[in-house]
Design a protein around this ligand. Sequence first.
Ligand SMILES: *Cc1c(COP(=O)(O)O)cnc(C)c1O
Length: 362
Amino acid sequence: MAHVWRGVMREFADRLGVTDASTVVTLGEGGTPLVPARVLSEMTGADVWIKFEGMNPTGSFKDRGMTVALSRAVEHGAKAVICASTGNTSASAAAYAAHAGITAAVLVPEGKIAMGKLSQAVIHGGQLIQIRGNFDDCLEIARELSENYPVHLVNSVNPDRIEGQKTAAYEVVSQLGDAPDFHFIPIGNAGNYTAYSRGFMEEAAAGTSTRVPRMFGFQAEGSAPIVRGEVVRNPETIATAIRIGNPASWELALDAREKTDGYFGAISDTAILAAQKLLASTAGVFVEPASAIGVAGLLERSAAGVIPAGSRVTITVTGHGLKDPQWALTQEDGSQVTPTIVDAAPRDVAEVLGLSPVGAPA
Ligand SMILES: *Cc1c(COP(=O)(O)O)cnc(C)c1O
């Protein structure tokens, strides 16, 4: 019989300390595809695979941590959860809270949230509040409220989030039969970088993999506090999911880089958008801009001569392209893509497509 995926808490119950008595709030997250990237492999001489986290229930990897965070909150009797978000955390928290029958309050920075994510938080019944400030301001407020009011914090400073997110590394090892040589990943708050590092280290310690990959994490140039080694007061990038100037898991990420012989790099918005387009048009994987930064990072590190030929490389692409589709329709000169319009006649369509009738002289 085909195996029906039961969500990360049940699939990895022994690893996450889940028993039959545990409360499990799940939408069936995890079990995402690992897609071979032929053109990226040809371009780099490496064996490149894409971990497509946009395939989670709310369209981002946040669901892996949210199932654990919401389950533990409900188990402890919480009636409300709160989070700060650049968009995907709010979408995920609102969906899982709706499923559990409790309230989610979500704090987002005014005007910097992609439409797809905002619509998710609203339709799932989240109590959405826009803050006149950036993500870092939102997180400070959410933390303070969770200390002084009866609301449970579900940002990635909550260790349950990191626990759940580790499962993606378990899946990569199981899908490849071993850990890769390099793993590329975006960095915002650095929670996911930390989670994958831990997951891969656990696998190696358990003997299910023969190595720990070198963890290569990337921030946008206008929002690269860890790369620069200082807080960025007014982070700017079109990759809103990683527009974070003071990462919550900064120290944990430094430790993880040390332990995995990793690397942190900064990538321009132009290179991010080019990578987004390249991935969509050559691998068939559509991701939001922030999620493409690992692809841009691979191209940059490969050009720098750091990735030996034949290396096995995995790249986590964190969120689905439909979250923030405007960039797909914007051309390099800033103009919008407009489809060609013709009359409802096959010959007119064939002409636009450059087709000649079958059997016609060339
Ligand atoms: C949250 C998020 C990130 C950043 O993850 P961190 O754990 O905060 O580093 C990257 N990409 C997308 C699409 C996200 O939603």
